[in-house]
Design a protein around this ligand. Structure first.
Ligand SMILES: C[S@@+](CC[C@H](N)C(=O)[O-])C[C@H]1O[C@@H](n2cnc3c(N)ncnc32)[C@H](O)[C@@H]1O
Length: 266
């Protein structure tokens, strides 16, 4: 009760202040040993990272990023790649993509690489929007989530980070992403959102309404309880997944398994 009230007050203050101080500075940490034999993912992680960096032209991101961001962002790229491949989603050119609930978008550059190049002879024209409700959340050093998102986007052409509620966003997309949406009150509360903002069924219905005919919705969930709740929400919305798998990778080991679902619009 008090937690929600405090979130409500703080959220309103953030929305009023709209803190923006310009792009944060990416740390440019060394990646030495990150995936090596002594590192988290072993030799398989190193090989997979090398494959993604080479395939999607991520050398600059490799230099500029922090170690955790780099490894986790490659995990996201591999996850999206595997799901699009598994569900046999052929991306058109030009391509319009929506990422609903983008957070600080630490994974945007590898995601951009996959969306531009997966299955294409030459990089396709991409328009990618990331919509985030709590874009002015306060990060370390009196920077906002927006400041970090700007740094992560790094001026990529065709990419926009848009503060706001996804339910007020109306541009149709060939591909809509919902990467780890909040499904349970405890998570929304921990992340500082007001209780009224947790509307997973309404968000799912709205995002689905934006998927163009022939397009796809890709959802990632965290852990078994979320997988079950996502199943229930999809059923409630009358949506039948065409592909659903657990995704693991030597790039990053999480405590809880990640599940990916793809739904196609006819
Ligand atoms: C668990 S985070 C995931 C963020 C990001 N996709 C990632 O994987 O790092 C869920 C995000 O969705 C955002 N969100 C929740 N409801 C939203 C809404 N109605 N419109 C836009 N963003 C929303 C939250 O503020 C939060 O940043």
């Amino acid at each position: 009760m008090w937690g929600w009230l405090r979130n409500e007050v703080d959220f309103r203050i953030r929305q009023w202040v709209r803190l923006r101080r310009g792009p944060a500075r990416l740390p440019g940490e060394s990646k030495a040993g990150l995936f090596g034999a002594a590192g988290a993912g072993g030799a398989a992680g190193a090989a997979e990272a090398e494959r993604l960096v080479t395939t999607y032209g991520l050398q600059q991101w490799q230099m500029a990023s922090g170690r955790t961001d780099f490894a986790a962002s490659l995990f996201y790229a591999a996850m999206v790649e595997a799901a699009l491949h598994g569900a046999q989603v052929a991306l058109p050119d030009p391509l319009t993509v929506l990422d609903a609930g983008a957070g600080d978008w630490f994974y945007v550059r590898p995601l951009y690489g996959v969306l531009r190049s997966l299955g294409a002879a030459a990089p396709r024209q991409l328009s990618l929007d990331g919509v985030e409700l709590d874009a002015y959340a306060l990060y370390r050093g009196w920077r906002s989530r927006f400041d970090w998102a700007e740094a992560y986007v790094g001026g990529l052409p065709g990419v926009r980070y848009l503060p706001g509620d996804i339910r007020a966003y109306g541009r149709p997309a060939h591909l809509a992403l919902m990467l780890f949406p909040f499904l349970f009150p405890a998570d929304a509360q921990r992340w500082g959102l007001p209780r009224r903002c947790l509307q997973p069924g309404a968000v799912l219905a709205h995002v689905w309404s934006l998927v163009r005919p022939g397009g796809a919705l890709l959802i990632a969930n965290l852990g078994e309880a979320e997988r079950q709740e996502q199943t229930r929400l999809l059923k409630e919305a009358g949506l039948q997944p065409v592909w659903r798998e657990r995704f693991d990778s030597p790039l990053f080991s999480y405590e809880q398994p990640r599940f990916v679902t793809v739904v196609r619009r006819k």
